[in-house]
Design a protein around this ligand. Sequence first.
Ligand SMILES: Cc1ncc(C[n+]2csc(CCOP(=O)(O)OP(=O)(O)O)c2C)c(N)n1
Length: 758
Amino acid sequence: MLGRVTTPQKLDERFRQAVSAVAAPETHRSPDDPVRDGTALTGAQARRLFDTQLTSRHLDLAARWLRSFNEGFYTIGSSGHEGNAAVAAALRPDDPALLHYRSAAFYCARAASADPEKGLVEAARDVLRGVVASAQEPIAGGRHKVFGRADLQIIPTTSTVASHLPRAVGVGFAISRAPALRGVETPWPEDAVVVASFGDASVNHATATAAFNAAGWYDHAGVRLPLLLVCEDNGWGISVPSPPGWVAEALRSRPGIRYAAADGCDLAAAYDAAVDAVSYVREQRRPAILHLAMVRLMGHAGSDAEIAYRSSEDLSRDLDRDPLISTAQLLITSGLAAPNEVIERYDDLGWQVRKVAEEVLGEPKLASAAEVVTPLAPRRPLRAARWVADAASRAAGPGAAARTLTFGGKLPEHAGPLTLAQTINAALTDALLALPGALVYGEDVARKGGVYGVTKNLRDRFGPERVFDTLLDETTILGLGLGAGVSGLLPIPEIQYLAYLHNAEDQLRGEGATLSFFSSGAFQNPMVVRVAGLAYQENFGGHFHNDNGVAVLRDIPGLVLAVPARPSDAAPMLRSCLAAAAVDGTVCAFLEPIALYHMRDLYQQGDNEWLAPYAPPGDWAGAHVPIGRARTFPIGSAEDLTIITYGNGLRMSLRVAARLATEGYGSRIVDLRWLSPLPTSDLVREAAATGRVLIVDETRRSGGVGEGILAALVDGGFVGAVRRIASADSLIPLGPAAEYVLISDDAITQGAHALLAR
Ligand SMILES: Cc1ncc(C[n+]2csc(CCOP(=O)(O)OP(=O)(O)O)c2C)c(N)n1
């Protein structure tokens, strides 16, 4: 009878006892023959995979050992899941993989197949470096314990269960779409299969259901996604059991996705099922789910006292299904190894893993904040500027004829002053011309050309392969971008309204922003997400079409948040975002103020002062603007008051400033343009120039941009007078009542007078 908790010692003892007790061989098979009747797995393969399974087990034991004297920081293990080695064996080493945190044997098997001599020990070293947070860990550099390595095509995943699945769909989409994009290279071969593994409780997650749905939707629509989804089902999500039969039921019923199940504790059965699933996906280019029954040994993590929620009989049943014992039986009963040889191999690999653990525990850790943050937001503005210049010279030189043709003979720079929407449309056209890997997509962007016409004609100009409508799911829209970005494309997705970003926001936060951080920049997801947002749509909307909350975006480390207000800035800012994405892998949110899309006038009706001529890519001076640099509009003497604002606030502030000028006050209006990172040096300098600052912030008083501006002023040593006009801590109501909660020309005027009276 098993004790009340499965400890490493008990697992070890049980393995030794069980292996010693295996009966003599039934047959003596050759290593080249199937390891048992009816399987494609040969004896030699089984022996190799057994090594990876043993290594995976010893990694768990070593992690617990390291933890026991505070040198290890991660004990979520893979014991009981070692059958996932069979999935690695069924795939090719150049198939991209996004792994469950229990897929250590997969990781080891892939490393071993890439380098049969040293791969296994090196994989052990990688994993243990992760466990001890060594700065020499090859992917996250000590920032997290993840499975990832660029040369093994393993894209690191995060702890947020299932959040990698929309990206996996995106990688499948990119593999499928890349051949249609001339001049684009992806890191994956044309016939690659992308694999993503996950646990059984994760099947219920909204992100997982989004991914299953998107894969099925694309299949139904005739788009071929080479995607293999592997559910490693141990029956538990920490302490919550999956109801018997539920996972099979839920996975089997996904339209468009082929389902197969196998015993993941039986290496040969898992291998056969994996080979079958992989060949279906590779040949048919269609998605499949492989559902592997597994067990969870030694609890959810090192600190998990399973006995609080599992009976000892239940724990014992899992131990009886230990996949290591099962593979040992396979090898012994086929005559490929004697019990003592199996135990010797187990001990031999155990010693090798323990030796590596001792070697890595003394390695240096990340030693400063600077080291930690280095991969988060690499900014190389000079390279970005050069990138824009290269694109510009192509547009002006060899690409000039094609450009004229694409614009239907009417170049936007010759079309007279344009609105914000027209400018963004022209800039997107130039982006699609310059970047063969650029994709513009989202809900209603293609056929309709966007709810506000911003993407009008783009599909006609570039075809449905590059400009396309998606299903109605923001998680999928962003996931496609993450997958396309990591595959070498440059996605420009659209989120139809800011309010609808929120239910998918983790794709930017937990996936987008972390990839570079957890891979030390080895993997990046360049992306420019266009988001239509902010308030002041006359006679339209209510909250969901006038959302003014951007705090979630400003809070994501490394993410660039751009808000173009004036048409003259929109094209250069979009080019800066695209350049940062292409050069530094930056995730950019390009927040377009809806109320300004079709705005023509600034001071009075018919003045057309808000319009601007289009700065074409070849116009170097106006081609791009550096990220994090503001723009100042001096009015009158510009000496009495500084107004710091952005978006709709810019237009209101300019109007107020014009009236103040008639009263004899000069002001300088600072358009931040970038809400993250804030242009701190510009705003502090402009504040100091007058000593009086009015912050005009259309986001909410609590958690809004104004708080960041105030903090920047304080941090920058500003000692003058400051007032803040901000929207109320409210959602936006329908109709004229919106005026009560939003800032207005009047409120700005009052704030300015109060400051000027000091
Ligand atoms: C989105 C999210 N919610 C909660 C958690 C906390 N959590 C970590 S693992 C886990 C259980 C996952 O179970 P399952 O998918 O079955 O994988 P298993 O650990 O059993 O292999 C939970 C709830 C998380 N990591 N991510």
